[in-house]
Each structure stands twice: as C-alpha cells, then as structure tokens.
Design a protein around this ligand. Structure first.
Ligand code: NAD
Length: 319
C-alpha cells in the first residue's frame, strides 16, 4: 500500500483539485453510483469524540474509511484538536491501497462543498459575503468562496469576537474590505457561510434578505444548530446527503419542528448532474446544509494518492 503523510498534502492538493473531486463525488451520489455507509460516532468522555465515515464509489473505483475525531486537549500538546486519517481499499479485492493524512484534506473538502453550493446556487451578481464563525475552518470556507464569485466585501460575526481579526487578515490577503458586524447586519449579505460549533441558533430568519444563498456548514452532529428553523421553511433547501441532513445536519431541527420534510430537500449532486433545478428566482433563498459525508474524504484522499504517485512522493509499504 501507499502512504501519503499529512505533511505532503499542502504541496499536493489545491483548493481547485478538491473542488473538482467533490463535485464529481456529489454527482456520483446523485446517480446512485456512490453511497455512504452508516456513520459510527462515539463520545469518549472529557469532550473527546471519535468516529468512522466510510463509503463506496463504484464509478471512481474507491472504497474506504476516514477515522477521525476531536481531542480538545491536543492544542495544549502542540497538535490540532481535530485528527483524522483516511484508509483506502481496492473495492474488488478488499486489499488496503493507501493511508493518507486527513487533517488538511478535511478542511479542503469542507471548503469545496460550500464553494460548490455557492457556485451552483448563489446569484451570479452576489457582491457581499457574510461569514458567521471565525474558527479554524472559517478561513478555508472564506478562501474557497472567494474563488467562485466576484465579492466586493466581506462582513463577519463571531460568538467570540476576539477571533475575528484572523478572518480579517485572510480577507486582506484576498484584497477585499472586511467589517465585523452585529448579526442583524447580515441582511446586507448576498451569500452567508455559517461555520460554528454552536449548540443553538445564532442566525435568525430576520437576519437574512430575500435572494440570499446560505451554506450552513457547522452542524454535523445531533444537538448542534446554527440557524433558526424558520429560515429553512423560507428557503429552498439543498444538502450533500438527505439522510444525514435530517438526522445530524442543520435540517434536523426544522424537520423535528415539522417545518420541512426530507422530501423537500434536494441533493446538490442532483443539481450538478442536471437531474434537479437549482435556484429558481432572484429573490429565492437557497440554503445548503453541508453535513460532511465519508465519500468526500475518500474523493480528496484518492486525489492526493494519485498526485503523490505521479510525483514519486508516495511511500510504498507491504502490509
Ligand atoms: P473551531 O473550534 O476552530 O471554531 C469553532 C467556531 O464556533 C468559532 O467560530 C467559535 O467562536 C464558534 N462557537 C463556539 N461556541 C459557540 C457558541 N456557543 N455559539 C456560537 N458560536 C460558537 O472549529 P472549526 O474547525 O472551525 O469547525 C467549526 C464547526 O464546523 C464545528 O462544529 C465542526 O464540527 C464543523 N465541521 C463541519 C464539517 C462538515 O463537513 N460539515 C467539516 C469540518 C468541521
């Protein structure tokens, strides 16, 4: 099997590579050529979480699992709190083919998903990007969003305001003006990305103008929530995978409240594959519930393996 260490990923996989791999993955899911296996997620105590996300992409010839979790004590030991590794297997024989560092790949595939939703669903004339959240993942979402629309300004709100200057630095690198705003100023945004670990809604329906596209990316487990359920009832809702959206995604709350049904949610892959309509009018609110699926991890990991092999960087071991 081949090993592609975490340290190599930054020099191998670009945001553009991730965008292409995730678009193909979402389209394969919509065509029933690829599916995710049930997610396993366990609380280990003291805030530690560990889980396994896996799947099979028949079209791409990819099968595998991402093993990863959240370890809040890591930062004090000089490591990042989210830790993950991806293992790939030959779908015909079951033999392991690769082990790939999964930390940067997780950030890239998550950023690619929200950028794909903006590319496909936001109004073409979107000018103001609103960010709700300013943690580790927020800067990846911001950079990826800036590649798909000609934004003229970034406005941002965060529960911990002291984290906002870091996002301002990224915005400056992109050559865009930046303003920290109260949540009610999000009405000025044409696109809003939410990327927080919030346990309760921060962004309310009244904070969102008609015609806005939202990429809600932070809610990936039971009990997290970023936006008011009434906003989903007002919007046309899209997701990576409907089963995850209604159980662990942002839609879990609107579905539980009886405001929307699973049948009302459109997989973004169906839009990419030309099987479903995207935005239907300039004043429609579109909302992408990005829950993060195992197939995304496999797609970017197999891209990393291909690029490492092409450049003679993959390490070969016998198992
Ligand atoms: P982080 O710990 O670096 O940042 C956490 C963010 O949440 C910060 O902006 C923080 O201020 C905010 N926050 C914390 N408590 C809050 C509260 N009570 N109310 C409102 N905001 C609060 O984490 P990160 O790596 O940036 O990840 C952010 C979220 O995205 C996490 O929930 C993570 O699990 C999720 N995530 C989702 C995917 C996906 O595919 N959908 C992928 C990666 C991460």
């Amino acid at each position: 099997m081949l090993i592609v260490p975490e340290a190599l990923i930054a020099g191998l996989v670009t945001a553009e590579d991730a965008f292409g791999a995730i678009e193909a993955c979402f389209a394969a899911m919509a065509r029933d050529e690829a599916y995710n296996f049930p997610v396993i997620r366990e609380a280990l105590g003291e805030g530690r979480q560990y889980g396994f996300k896996s799947g099979l992409d028949r079209a791409g010839g990819v099968m595998g699992v991402k093993a990863g979790g959240y370890f809040p004590g890591n930062a004090a030991k000089g490591m990042i709190n989210h830790q993950s590794s991806v293992f790939l297997f030959n779908p015909e024989t079951g033999r392991p083919t690769a082990m790939v560092g999964g930390n940067l790949l997780t950030a890239l595939r998550t950023a690619a998903a929200s950028a794909i939703s903006i590319d496909r669903l936001a109004r073409k004339d979107a000018k103001v990007l609103g960010m709700v959240g300013a943690g580790h993942q927020a800067q990846f979402q911001l950079r990826a969003a800036a590649k798909v629309r000609e934004f003229e300004k970034v406005i941002a709100w965060n529960y911990h305001p002291d984290m906002l200057p870091k996002l301002g630095e990224v915005t400056a690198e992109l050559g865009l003006p930046f303003e920290a705003v109260p949540l009610d100023r999000m009405v000025e945004a044409d696109v809003i990305v939410t990327i927080t670990s919030s346990p309760a809604a921060s962004l309310m329906s009244a904070h969102v103008s008609p015609g806005t596209h939202l990429a809600c990316m932070g809610t990936d487990t039971i009990g997290k929530q970023e936006v008011e359920p009434a906003l989903l009832a007002r919007a046309r809702v899209f997701t990576d995978e409907v089963a995850q959206s209604v159980t662990i995604g942002e839609a879990q709350h609107a579905v539980a409240a009886g405001l929307i049904r699973a049948e009302d949610i459109t997989p973004i892959g169906a839009v990419i594959a030309g099987l479903a309509e995207g935005r239907q009018s300039d004043d429609q609110i579109t909302l992408f519930d990005g829950t993060g699926v195992g197939l995304q991890d496999l797609a970017v990991a197999s891209t990393a393996v291909r690029l490492a092999e092409e450049r003679g960087l993959a390490i070969k071991v016998e198992v």
